[in-house]
Design a protein around this ligand. Structure first.
Ligand SMILES: [Zn+2]
Ligand SMILES: [Zn+2]
Length: 136
């Protein structure tokens, strides 16, 4: 399998060569600001699954107040994949192909904006799901 992905301007391009581990949608205030939307949907893949094809030179980053890192394209501002230790977390909107997964995990629902409506289906968590925290 191969799923292609790219930023808005096309300078950053990657492919994913293994099945995604999961798709999640986050409603936290940091994602809201960073993405300019009510929620941000991500896919996760293993470290070996993501191949950067081009664009290492356009990656810029921002350290959030909570200590996280947000990568973005310095040409177009698209949010880019972030190295999360065991895996890469990839903004799902970058994908050019169908990843074959759907959102099943809604996170940080306790801090969602009042105008955001969470779709039916999947599990909802006030912050991170407990099983994610156990991994760290
Ligand atoms: Zn770009
Ligand atoms: Zn978030």
């Amino acid at each position: 399998m191969e799923i292609k992905g790219s930023c808005l301007c096309g300078a950053y391009r990657f492919s994913i060569t293994e099945p995604m581990e999961m798709m999640s949608t986050c409603y936290c205030s940091v994602c809201r600001k960073a993405h300019g939307t009510g929620q941000a949907t991500f896919v996760a893949c293993s470290k070996t699954a993501l191949q950067l094809e081009q664009g290492e030179d356009v990656v810029s980053d921002f350290k959030t107040q909570l200590g996280g890192t947000r990568n973005f394209c310095k040409n177009c501002g698209s949010n880019l994949p972030v190295d999360a230790g065991e895996r890469f977390i990839i903004p799902a909107g970058l994908l050019d192909d169908d990843p074959g997964v759907d959102t099943v995990i809604h996170i940080f629902v306790a801090s969602k904006a009042p105008w955001v409506h969470i779709p039916d289906g999947g599990t909802q968590h006030d912050e991170y799901p407990p099983e994610w925290l156990e991994e760290n």
